[in-house]
Design a protein around this ligand. Sequence first.
Ligand code: ADP
Ligand code: MG
Length: 234
Amino acid sequence: MAESIAFLHNVEKSYFTAGGTVAALSKVTLEVGHSDYLCLMGPSGSGKTTLLNILGGIDRPSAGEVFIDGQRIDTLPERDLLPIRRTKVAYVFQEARLMPSLTALENVLLPSAFASGDEKQIRERALALLEKVGLEKRAHHLVHQLSGGEAQRVCIARALLNRPALILADEPTGNLDHATRLEIVELLEDIYEEGSSVVMVTHDPELARRARRKITIRDGRIEEQEAARLAIQD
Ligand code: ADP
Ligand code: MG
C-alpha cells in the first residue's frame, strides 16, 4: 500500500434515487502502483466512471477505504482533500472540456494556481507541454479553431501541467477516429514511461491490450485482472 499511488479497499458505492438504491460498486479492492498503466473495461453502467471518480477523490465511497499516495482520503474534509486532488491527480475526459473563450495555451495554464515555480517558468512549461503534444503552432489559437483530436491533446497538456502522479482518463479516445485514438494513447503511454501512473477506461480492446494491466468490471465488481505484456514498441 505504501508503494501505491492509489488504493481502494473493500469499496462500496450506492446511489440513492427516487427509483431505489443503485449499487454502483461492490467490494472493490484495487491497487494502482507508482508508474502503473491500467486499462479498465466493462459494459456501460458497470461502474467504471464511479470507480475512477472515487480513485481520484472526486466522489466518496459509501463504505471502504481510499488512499492516495499512502494517505487515507475518504475521511478527509473537502478543504484537506482539494490540495491532494489538485496536485497529485489529473483527469482527461471523453469530450475535451476546454474553455471556449480562451486560447490553447490559456487552457493549459488553467490549473497553474497549483503549479510550482514562478509565472515565467509555468508558462514555459505550458508551452513545452503544447510542443510535446504537437501543438506548439496552435498555442495562441482559440479552442473552436481546433479539431477534436487537437482539443483532446490540449486537455492532456493541461492535465500534465502540475506533474500529477496519477492520470485518470475516462474513455479519452471515445469520440476520435482510429488514427487520432492511437496518437492520444501514445501520449498517455509517454506519460506512463516518464513515471506517472495512468488509469484509462476504454472500450477498445486493441488499446487495452497495450496496457500493463487490464481490469474488467461488471455490475460493480472487478471480474478479472490479467497482466498484459507491454506492447508500446509495436
Ligand atoms: P460506467 O461508467 O461503467 O458506464 P457508471 O459508473 O457511470 O458506469 O454508473 C454505474 C451505475 O451507477 C449505473 O447503474 C448508473 O446508472 C449509476 N449511477 C451513476 N451515477 C449516478 C448518480 N449520480 N445517481 C444515481 N445513479 C448513478
Ligand atoms: Mg462512464
